[in-house]
Write a protein that binds this ligand. Structure first.
Ligand code: SAH
Length: 265
């Protein structure tokens, strides 16, 4: 059994992004469901780890409020966020995975009072994920691709024809967040130009990273690429979310939690 004394917070924006996690928790342990602020928090054991699992819903405010509740009401020892994102880096394709090493809010702009992107009064724009957690997540992604890559390519050959040539890649680096679904070549081009090291764009990660920084709670973010933030983004995002996101999240979290449980045991 697990022996992490404080639970791990596991978070996604939308239900499809949690995959089978809540079902796996229900199969493995008694689950205590608690509701705060219109969100359900599932407390139990999953893949051998004591966890609190919940949905943040979409956007930075939703994500920050949920991270704050995980810290205050559940005293989580760390927070892991899983979900989908738009690919921004040139080499980042639909079906790849990005592990955030650093996170930034691309829509924060209090110029000329503060430098572009800097969070006023916090003196920084970039928030680091916990190194050990991010490495463990990346290793879990690599194992997932190694074990499931061929099956993914066969199962999703229509949606992800690229996988017939090359297995999904696991990237590590900058993930940017803002309260916008980025869905045009112009918008993603502007982000690429302003933040050339950005790999992926989404709507929650950097808000969680800010709250975790403020409280000294380790966090990490893993994102499967559902679209490339251009004119095709909404169609690509919707079909990926419905058909594929859960398979990635379930597989990655299973690998990650099994290793996490073994490490704290
Ligand atoms: N509730 C709606 C909208 C989801 S918004 C729906 O279900 O259709 C998109 C979500 O996926 C956000 O949580 C965001 O973090 C992520 N995401 C995926 N692609 C994105 C993109 N191109 N731009 C911004 N966020 C993206």
């Amino acid at each position: 059994m697990n022996s992490n004394t404080r639970p791990l917070g596991v978070l996604a924006a939308l239900p499809q992004e949690l995959g089978d996690l809540i079902a796996a928790m229900q199969a493995e342990s008694a689950v205590d469901k608690r509701t705060f602020g219109q969100r359900d928090y599932y407390v139990g054991t999953v893949h051998g780890v004591s966890c609190v699992v919940t949905l943040a819903r979409v956007g930075k405010v939703a994500a920050a409020a949920t991270a704050s509740a995980l810290i205050h009401a559940f005293d989580v020892e760390a927070i892991v966020f899983t979900g989908v994102a738009g690919g921004v880096g040139e080499e980042v394709h639909v079906g790849d995975v990005v592990v955030g090493e650093t996170l930034l809010q691309h829509d924060m702009n209090a110029e000329p009072l503060f430098p572009r992107y800097e969070i006023p009064l916090l003196g920084r724009a970039r928030f680091d994920a916990d190194r050990a957690l991010a490495s463990a997540l990346a290793a879990a992604c690599e194992r997932f691709v190694e074990e499931q890559g061929a099956a993914l390519a066969a199962r999703f050959k229509d949606a992800l024809p690229r996988l017939a040539q090359a297995l999904p890649r696991v990237h590590r680096g900058l993930v940017i967040s803002g309260d916008q679904f980025v869905a045009s070549a112009a918008a993603v081009g502007a982000l690429r130009e302003a933040l050339p090291d950005a790999l992926a764009v989404e709507m929650e990660g950097a808000a969680i990273a800010q709250v975790c920084f403020e409280y000294g709670v380790p966090c990490a973010v893993v994102r499967t690429i559902s679209d490339t933030a251009d004119e095709h983004a909404s169609v690509s995002f919707s079909s990926f979310l419905t058909d594929i996101a859960g398979t990635y999240s379930s597989g990655i979290l299973r690998q990650f939690l099994a290793a996490y449980g073994a490490a704290v045991r």
